[in-house]
Design a protein around this ligand. Structure first.
Ligand SMILES: [Zn+2]
Ligand SMILES: [Zn+2]
Length: 368
C-alpha cells in the first residue's frame, strides 16, 4: 500500500514527509493504522546525528497508537480492529528475560531491531524499490506501520488513542521507574530530578505508590507547576548544592527514593548523593550521552545507598502498558496536561523545534 511518512534522509536535516510503499505484514506481524504519535527526545537525538548507532534513511517515531488493520500468518493474540500501543521494547513472553520477573529487556528481536529491520531481517518500507529502514522497530511518524505482534500492546478501546500514545515511551518510563524498578513503599520520601515527560511520570508513579513526600526538581518554574499537578508535594529549582539541601530537608539523612530523569550525569550524581544512607535507592531513568560516566563516591554505596537503572520503567510492555492505561481510564493518572501541542504529520519538524525550545512537554502528531 501507499502511505505518507516522515523520513530522516540526512542527519541534521529536517525530516521529509513523503509517500512510501508499505508491504503486507508477514508471519507474526500486524499492519496498524496509526492515529497518534508523540514526538520524543530520542527521535530528535537520532535525527541530529549525535547517536552513533543511528542510520538513514529511516522513518522515525516510536510513541504510536492505532488500530490493527490486518494481520499476517500465525498471529494469535491480535485481531483486526484491536486498539494497540506500539512498543520499542517488546515482550515475546518466551525468552529467558521475559520469563524472569526481574527485567523487561526482551531478547527476542534486539539484534535486527537495532539495525533497522523487522525480526526476519528485512524491511516492509520501500521507496521506488529502495529499502527504507524501520526505527526502533516502530516507525510511527507515518499513517501506517507494520510491526511484530510481540511489539504491540492491546489496550482498552475506550482510551483515546491521542492519550494512549504517551504510554508508548516517556510516561510509562516514569511511572514504571517508581512502580516497578524502585517499587516505592507507601509513606516514603521521594525526590524526582527533572520534570519532563519521564520525571512527571515518576512523580505520578510515586503518588500512586502512596509516597508521603514527593520533591520535584527542575530548572523551569512552569514545569514544576505541572509536577505539583501530578502530585509533587514540594518543588525546588535545581543547580549546585541541591543534594545538600535535600539531605538537610530530610532530617539529615536523604530521601528513601530518588529518580533521575534528565540524562545529565551531574544530576545523576546528585540523585545518588541525595539518597538516604542505609537504604536509599537512586533510580536512573534518563539516558546519558555516549561515553559519559557517573561519578560516585564508593563510601555512599558502602553505607547502604543503591543505584538502579530503569529502561522503559521496567515495564513488560504487552502486560504492563494495558494495566497503566486502565489506571488512566480509572482517573488515577492525569494525562491531558502532558499534551502541549497537537500537530499534523506535515508539521513534524515543528515538533522538534518546540522540543528544542523546551516549549511544553509533548507534541502529539494526529495521524489519520
Ligand atoms: Zn521516547
Ligand atoms: Zn522476550
Amino acid at each position: 500500500m501507499r502511505m505518507r511518512a516522515a523520513v530522516l534522509e540526512e542527519f541534521g536535516e529536517p525530516l521529509v514527509v513523503q509517500e512510501l510503499e508499505l508491504t503486507e505484514p508477514k508471519r507474526g506481524e500486524a499492519l496498524v493504522r496509526l492515529e497518534a504519535c508523540g514526538v520524543c527526545h530520542t527521535d530528535l537525538y537520532t535525527a541530529s546525528g549525535v547517536d552513533p548507532s543511528g542510520y538513514a534513511p529511516t522513518v522515525l517515531g516510536h510513541e504510536g497508537a492505532g488500530v490493527v488493520e490486518a494481520i499476517g500468518p500465525e498471529v494469535g493474540s491480535l485481531t483486526v480492529g484491536d486498539h494497540v500501543v506500539t512498543l520499542f521494547s517488546p515482550q515475546c513472553g518466551e525468552c529467558v528475560h521475559c520469563r524472569d520477573e526481574r527485567t523487561n529487556l526482551c531478547l527476542a528481536i534486539r539484534e535486527q531491531q537495532n539495525k533497522g529491520y523487522l525480526p526476519d531481517g528485512t524491511t516492509r518500507l520501500r521507496r521506488d524499490g529502495e529499502e527504507i529502514r524501520h526505527f526502533m522497530g516502530t516507525s510511527t511518524f507515518a499513517e501506517y506501520t507494520v510491526m511484530p505482534e510481540i511489539a504491540l500492546a492491546k489496550v482498552n478501546p475506550e482510551a483515546p488513542l491521542d492519550r494512549a500514545c504517551l504510554f508508548a515511551c516517556g510516561l510509562s518510563t516514569g511511572l514504571g521507574a517508581a512502580m516497578n524498578t524502585a517499587k516505592v513503599r507507601a509513606g516514603s520520601t521521594c525526590v524526582v530530578f527533572g520534570a519532563g515527560m519521564v520525571g512527571l511520570g515518576a512523580v505520578a508513579g510515586c503518588r500512586l505508590q502512596g509516597a508521603e513526600r514527593i520533591i520535584c526538581i527542575d530548572l523551569s518554574e512552569e514545569r514544576l507547576e505541572l509536577a505539583r499537578g501530578q502530585g509533587a508535594t514540594e518543588t525546588m529549582i535545581g543547580g549546585d548544592g541541591v543534594a545538600e539541601r535535600i539531605v538537610e530537608g530530610t532530617d539529615g539523612f536523604g530521601a528513601d527514593y530518588t529518580f533521575e530523569a534528565t540524562g545529565n550525569v551531574q544530576v545523576m550524581r546528585q540523585a545518588v548523593e541525595s539518597a538516604r544512607m542505609a537504604w536509599g535507592l537512586a533510580t536512573m531513568a534518563g539516558v546519558a550521552g555516549k561515553g559519559e560516566t557517573l561519578d560516585v563516591v564508593p563510601r555512599l554505596l558502602i553505607t547502604g545507598r543503591r543505584v538502579a537503572g530503569s529502561s522503559f520503567g521496567g515495564v513488560k510492555g504487552r502486560e504492563g502498558v494495558p494495566m497503566l492505561i486502565d489506571r488512566y481510564l480509572a482517573g488515577e493518572i492525569d494525562v491531558d496536561p502532558f499534551i502541549s501541542h497537537r500537530i499534523s504529520l506535515d508539521e513534524v519538524n515543528r515538533g522538534f523545534e518546540l522540543m528544542e525550545d523546551q516549549d511544553g512537554i509533548r507534541s502529539v502528531i494526529q495521524l489519520n
